[in-house]
Write a protein that binds this ligand. Structure first.
Ligand code: DIR
Ligand code: MN
Ligand code: MN
Ligand code: MN
Length: 308
């Protein structure tokens, strides 16, 4: 499968600046070479440029950079749709607001190809706020509510052509949920595996169960990997660290299982803030995780197969 890299240098959704430098950091960390080494054809499309600012009347005064985010969402949706034509796109963030564009873009592609889209959300946070519930006003906390079709974005973010059914979304690594998100998630259909679930059942069995569901539905799978999914001790280059995150070994195991499944059709790498990183170690770890997802292994081993 051909791999397409697309940089999305958006930082308006995060509470602090720096994510704009993410795509450059991934390239400096050798992302092109790491994928090419695994015998994939790689095409780097460069970075997308945000379209013009729409005129929006913000429903609340504390929403930070709403016109900018709305413009990015439109631009990114179109770019993601195009990048997913006959290739596996890897979207290099940029903050997590970009998923309000990448997911709708690849959802449209999947729908046109007659396949259901599933989303694996690897994050400390659920990013399930609407424009009415966010308290911080940081719009990187809103993409999942938007792309699953929640109310509360009308007249601000672009109208959504292909919402992802909430039942197709599984979150892993969750350990920071605001009260309004928690209320909205209960009964939403979204599967939330918090850190308690990971500790109790092990990340392998939780992810395996989800992959079996995707395979049984003949689905496509979008993976959205937020740097803060990882424990801050191994991934300091992010503005919203939360203690008690996924370990190096848990993260690589998930990536290797995703590779074995053969189901992944698009990927976000988000929230890397190179200004906060320690000599590129977080960027390098993210590239290594992507390489595991793309087939890098320690030893050859037989692939577990799916009964789809
Ligand atoms: C918090 C933090 N729930 C907020 N969110 C995110 O600001 O709404 N941090 N996404 O990375
Ligand atoms: Mn996030
Ligand atoms: Mn997060
Ligand atoms: Mn919040």
């Amino acid at each position: 499968m051909k791999v397409r890299l697309l940089g999305i240098p958006i930082e308006d959704g995060a509470g602090r600046m720096g994510c704009e430098m993410g795509p450059s950091a991934y390239r400096t960390a050798g992302i092109v070479e790491a994928i090419a080494e695994l015998d994939h054809e790689v095409e780097d499309l460069g970075n997308v440029t945000r379209g013009p600012l729409p005129t929006i009347t913000p429903p609340h005064p504390h929403l930070r950079r709403l016109p900018e985010i709305a413009a990015w969402v439109g631009t990114v949706t179109e770019a993601a749709y195009r990048a997913s034509d006959g290739a596996l796109p890897v979207f290099l963030g940029g903050d997590h607001a970009l998923a309000a564009g990448t997911v709708p873009g690849v959802a449209r592609r999947a729908a046109e190809d007659g396949r259901p889209l599933f989303v694996l959300w690897l994050d400390a946070h659920t990013d399930f706020h609407t424009l009415d519930t966010t308290q911080s006003g940081n719009l990187h906390g809103t993409p999942v509510a938007y792309f699953t079709g929640a109310h509360g974005f009308h007249g601000c973010y672009p109208p959504l052509s292909h919402p992802v059914p909430p039942g197709n979304v599984t979150m892993v690594g969750i350990r920071s949920v605001d009260p309004a998100e928690r209320r909205a998630l209960s009964g939403s259909g979204v599967t939330v595996h918090d850190m308690r679930a990971l500790d109790e059942h092990g990340v392998g069995s939780l992810v395996w169960r989800f992959l079996e569901r995707v395979a049984a539905a003949d689905g496509r799978l979008h993976v959205s990997l937020d740097v803060d999914f990882l424990d801050p001790s191994i991934a300091p280059g992010v503005g919203t660290t939360a203690p008690g995150g996924a370990t190096f070994r848990e993260a690589h195991l998930i990536m290797e299982m995703l590779h074995d499944s053969g189901l992944v059709s698009s990927i976000d790498l988000v929230e890397l803030n190179p200004f906060l990183d320690e000599r590129g170690r977080t960027a390098t770890l993210m590239v290594d995780l992507l390489a595991s997802l793309m087939g890098r292994t320690v030893m050859d081993r037989p692939t577990r197969s799916f009964a789809a």
